[in-house]
Design a protein around this ligand. Structure first.
Ligand code: SAH
Ligand code: SF4
Length: 390
C-alpha cells in the first residue's frame, strides 16, 4: 500500500517553553483574564475585546494579530507585544488513498499525538482527536495501549488538533453549511475520561457558537468504561456517548479491556442507563471490535442484544485493524455480516465500520506516536541538569 506525504502548506512553530502566551486555545474566561491581566485591555472593554479576538481566532482561524482589522492598530500592536497565536508543529501529514488524512503533531519536545480526518463519516466528515499522549489502559487489541502514558493533553492542545485540520481543509471562517469537518470524535489516542477537565474545556471552545461552532450533538466522546466519570461527562459536555464494549461477559471483557476488572459490565450498564439526556434521539454508540474466534460468535451477538435491552443504542461493529505485532486477527467478512444480522433482528442499527486509512495506520486503534514515557523522564533529567548547570 502506498501513501502520500505532502508538503506542509504553512510554516509551523512549536509551543514555546516560555515567552509570550499563546491565546489560540484558551477558553473565553481564560482569554478575557489574559487580556486584562496583561494590561493590554482595560477591564471596562474586556467583554467586547474578548469577543472580537475570540471571533478572529475561532471563527476566522487567524494566526496573525495584524489581520484583526476591527481592532485599532495600536491595540493590535500591543497584542502582538504580549501574545502569540500559534499552531503546534506538524511533524508528519499523510493522506490515504481513501481521502483520510492523518497529522502527527508535536506539542512540546517528546509530546506528540495523532489526529485523523475521515471524510464521509458523520454528517460530512469526522475528525478523530487524541486526548492523551499514550494511554494508561492496556486494551490488548489496541496499538495505543502498548504506549505508556506520556501526559494528558491540555484543552488548547485538543483544540489545536481541530484548528490544524481546518487550516488544512481550508475551512475558515466557520461555514454556515456544507462543512467538510462536521463532527468530532474523541477516539484517537488516550482515555478521555481520565482527562475530563481538559476534554470538557476543549468541547466548550469547539462548540462555541461564535467560533468553530460544532454542536455538542455532533461531538462524541468514547470511553473504555470509566464509570464514575460518566455522569460528569454528560452534565459538563452534553456530548454524545460511545462505549468501547467489545465483549458481553466479564471474563472475556477483562481479558480485552483490563479496566473491566475495576468496573465490571453490570456497573457499566447501570452508569450508561443513567447518562444525562439519553433518549431515542440521543443514542449511545456501542463499539464492538470484531476479533476472529474471540468475540464474534452468533451466541455473543444474541447476548449483546440481551445486554442492551431498553437502552437507546446503536452498535458500531469495527473490523479489527491489525498493527505490527498485534495478537489478533480480524473476523471474516461473512462472520461480521452474520453478527450484524442478529443485531438488526434484535432491533439495533449495527453499521459495520469500513476501515479507513489503513494504509497510513490511521484506522481505529492503529494510532501510536513515538513519544514514550521514558523520553519524558530523560527530558526531566535533562531539564534538571540544565537548571543545575545554571
Ligand atoms: N480510549 C477510548 C477512545 C479511543 S479508542 C476508548 O477506548 O474508547 C477508539 C476506539 O477504537 C475504541 O472503541 C477502541 O476500542 C477501538 N480500537 C482500539 N484498537 C483497535 C483496533 N486495533 N482495531 C479496531 N478498533 C480498535
Ligand atoms: Fe486506551 Fe482506548 Fe486503546 Fe484501551 S482502546 S488502550 S482505553 S486508547
Amino acid at each position: 500500500m502506498t501513501s502520500l506525504t505532502l508538503e506542509l502548506k504553512r510554516p509551523t512553530l512549536a509551543e514555546p517553553v516560555s515567552g509570550p502566551k499563546n491565546l489560540a486555545g484558551l477558553t473565553r474566561p481564560q482569554l478575557q483574564a489574559a487580556l486584562v491581566e496583561s494590561g493590554v485591555v482595560e477591564p471596562a472593554k474586556a467583554k467586547m475585546r474578548t469577543s472580537q479576538v475570540w471571533r478572529w481566532v475561532h471563527n476566522f482561524g487567524v494566526t496573525d494579530f495584524a489581520r484583526m482589522t476591527d481592532i485599532a492598530k495600536d491595540a493590535r500592536a500591543r497584542l502582538e507585544d504580549h501574545f502569540v497565536l500559534q499552531r503546534p508543529e506538524i511533524v508528519d501529514r499523510q493522506i490515504s488513498r481513501d481521502g483520510t488524512r492523518k497529522w502527527l503533531l508535536r506539542f512540546a519536545p517528546g509530546v506528540e499525538a495523532e489526529s485523523v480526518f475521515i471524510p464521509g463519516v458523520g454528517r460530512a466528515g469526522a475528525l478523530c482527536v487524541s486526548s492523551q499522549v499514550g494511554c494508561t489502559l492496556n486494551c490488548t487489541f489496541c496499538h495505543t495501549g502498548t504506549q505508556a502514558l506520556v501526559r494528558n493533553l491540555t484543552a488548547a492542545e485538543i483544540v489545536a488538533q481541530v484548528q490544524v485540520a481546518r487550516d488544512d481543509l481550508g475551512e475558515w471562517p466557520s461555514p454556515k453549511e456544507d462543512r467538510r469537518l462536521s463532527n468530532i470524535v474523541f477516539m484517537g489516542m488516550g482515555e478521555p475520561l481520565y482527562n475530563l477537565d481538559n476534554v470538557a474545556a476543549a468541547i466548550d471552545i469547539i462548540a462555541d457558537n461564535e467560533g468553530i461552532a460544532i454542536s455538542r450533538r455532533r461531538i462524541t466522546v468514547s470511553t473504555s468504561g470509566v464509570v464514575p466519570e460518566l455522569q460528569a461527562l454528560g452534565e459538563r459536555t452534553q456530548a454524545m456517548l460511545a462505549i468501547s464494549l467489545h465483549a458481553t461477559n466479564d471474563a472475556l471483557r477483562e481479558e480485552l479491556v483490563p479496566l473491566n476488572k475495576k468496573y465490571p459490565i453490570a456497573e457499566l450498564m447501570a452508569g450508561i442507563r443513567a447518562y444525562p439526556g439519553l433518549a431515542n434521539a440521543k443514542r449511545v454508540t456501542f463499539e464492538y471490535v470484531m476479533l476472529k474466534g474471540v468475540n464474534d460468535s452468533p451466541a455473543e451477538a444474541k447476548a449483546l442484544v440481551q445486554l442492551l435491552k431498553g437502552i437507546p443504542a446503536k452498535i458500531n461493529l469495527i473490523p479489527f485493524n491489525p498493527w505490527p505485532g498485534s495478537p489478533y486477527e480480524c473476523s471474516d467478512w461473512g462472520t461480521i455480516e452474520a453478527f450484524a444480522a442478529i443485531l438488526n433482528r434484535g432491533g439495533y442499527a449495527s453499521p459495520i465500520r469500513t476501515p479507513r486509512g489503513r494504509d497510513i495506520l490511521a484506522a481505529c486503534g492503529q494510532l501510536k506516536s513515538e513519544s514514550e514515557k521514558v523520553r519524558a523522564s530523560v527530558r526531566r533529567k535533562a531539564a534538571a541538569a540544565d537548571v543545575a548547570n545554571g
